[in-house]
Design a protein around this ligand. Structure first.
Ligand code: SF4
Length: 458
């Protein structure tokens, strides 16, 4: 068990950046940006000697990195681009023309990189994480500087030698590692969940309550912009599958069926598909908790705003409840498809969505926990086997299915007595971790089995 308290910020969980994959796009971009900063600190004599930058990708990054745009993301990071401010069109254009070299500035020295700088290694690399990348500054074969990074899901990156838990020295007012510990803070302090989470967030980030609320509103705005773009954009998604976008079709259908009992579900499907299709197209999305799963929470929050007419305050509270569930999974299992299969991505997103719906509806913490638990319970063992390495099949529809499960988990958890639920959230997260550990690597974002093998039929 991870013995340190949770020190993840709400805004590290909900990160703005280009699709299609937080672990394969946002994470590598951040790692490359970090490497670039470190190169600037090297003595000038070493910088002047450098002739090349070598980028080596292993594990799932190597297996599905091409389809996920890992190569472009790394070049972008080395060019000094940051996920939130990246122009998706410019990102998609990188490396398209093999004749183009990209000059990387290392001190006063300019070093060209291109497709040949990237090495998708098939051999196994001894590393504690599935997504490993090694970046090297080289001089005619001699290594001048080298860093090893692990992309652990949701756009989180660890540099070799650094602790995973983040800033351990932070003095949190309500430290917790588990749902049980979080609940004891709620009982002892008599504070609502959002106050406990905001107090911790203030200690972690130095932001005021007002700034935190404002940023949550901005995050929701980014999510809902992705939904709205996806409802408008028609056509075929990038990549060899040639998958047609479906969100506008569903939206039109739902609008025409507004008196039908099906319309509510079709609207929800349309919203989730819209954000997911934007993600697949490399558009700007919000990790929730990952980019692959970035359709579930936007779909549900858009529904809550547009159909249930929840006010800003209610939506913010729901987002914090969702974040708490994401933190617990990230801390005690993993939100990475490469570690847990899809139960770590869509399973977590659905559990977060169930907590969002339940807390927005004003239900007690027992019910919030129950709803999240039910969702994870019914995603256990879900594999990750994206066809062609693209975050499209099964990912896009899976976001809609995850949101529907979240809604049903909310209904199940709020009927009867939540305290009668036999399995705790902490217990099911432990089961998720054990299941992920036992799952074959073939089903963990490598596209080596399952649906990925049916690619020829597409
Ligand atoms: S199958 Fe699930 S975990 Fe795998 S890439 Fe798609 S959304 Fe992510």
């Amino acid at each position: 068990m991870n013995t340190s308290p949770i020190t993840t910020s709400v805004f590290d969980l909900f990160k703005v950046g280009p699709g299609p994959s937080s672990s394969h796009t946002i994470g590598p971009m951040k790692a490359a940006f970090d490497f670039l900063q470190r190169l600037q600190q090297l003595p000038e004599a070493i910088q002047q000697k450098a002739t090349a930058i070598g980028i080596y990708l292993y594990g799932s990054l190597s297996a599905t990195g091409k389809g996920h745009g890992t190569d472009r993301a790394i070049v972008a990071g080395l060019l000094g681009w940051q996920p939130e401010t990246t122009d998706p069109e410019e990102l998609l254009a990188l490396l398209k023309d093999p004749a183009i070299n990209y000059p990387i500035q290392v001190g006063s020295r300019s070093i060209d990189i291109n497709n040949n700088s990237l090495h998708f290694e098939r051999k196994r690399y001894e590393s504690p994480y599935a997504n490993t990348m090694v970046l090297k500054l080289e001089a005619n074969g001699e290594i001048l500087a080298e860093e090893e990074y692990y992309s652990i899901g949701g756009g989180f990156v660890i540099r070799k030698g650094e602790p995973e838990a983040g800033p351990v020295s932070v003095d949190l007012p309500y430290p917790y590692r588990t749902m049980k510990e979080l609940r004891s803070h709620l009982t002892a302090s008599k504070l609502p969940l959002e106050d406990v989470l905001i107090a911790n967030e203030m200690a972690l980030t130095g932001r005021s309550r007002k700034e935190i609320n404002l940023r949550i509103d901005q995050i929701l705005d980014f999510m809902h912009k992705a939904v709205k773009r996806g409802l408008r954009h028609k056509g075929i998604l990038p990549g060899s599958i040639r998958l047609h976008r479906k969100a506008p079709v569903l939206y039109k259908q739902a609008c025409g069926l507004s008196q039908s009992s099906d319309s509510f579900l079709i609207f929800l499907n349309a919203y989730c598909l819209a954000a997911s299709e934007e993600n697949a197209a490399g558009g700007i999305v919000v990790t929730a908790p990952t980019s692959g799963a970035s359709g579930v929470i936007p779909g549900l929050t858009f529904l809550a705003k547009k159909h249930f007419h929840y006010d800003k305050e209610t939506l913010r509270k729901g987002m914090l409840a969702a974040a708490a569930v994401g933190f617990l999974v990230k801390h005690n299992a993993s939100i990475s498809g490469a570690e847990m299969g899809c139960m770590g991505e869509i399973g977590t997103a659905a559990a977060m969505g169930a907590a969002f719906l339940t807390y927005c509806a004003g239900k007690p913490i027992d019910a919030v926990e129950s709803a999240a638990e039910i969702c994870i319970e019914h995603h256990l063992g879900m594999t990750c086997d994206p066809i062609g390495g693209y975050v499209q099949i099964p990912c896009i529809e899976r976001n809609a299915m995850g949101a529907v499960k979240a809604y049903n988990a909310f209904l199940l958890a709020t009927a009867g007595t939540p305290a009668h639920q036999k399995i705790s959230l902490d217990a099911v997260i432990k089961v998720m971790k054990a299941t992920g550990r036992d799952m074959s690597t073939k089903y963990k974002e490598t596209s080596e089995a399952g649906l990925a093998l049916s690619a020829t039929e597409c």
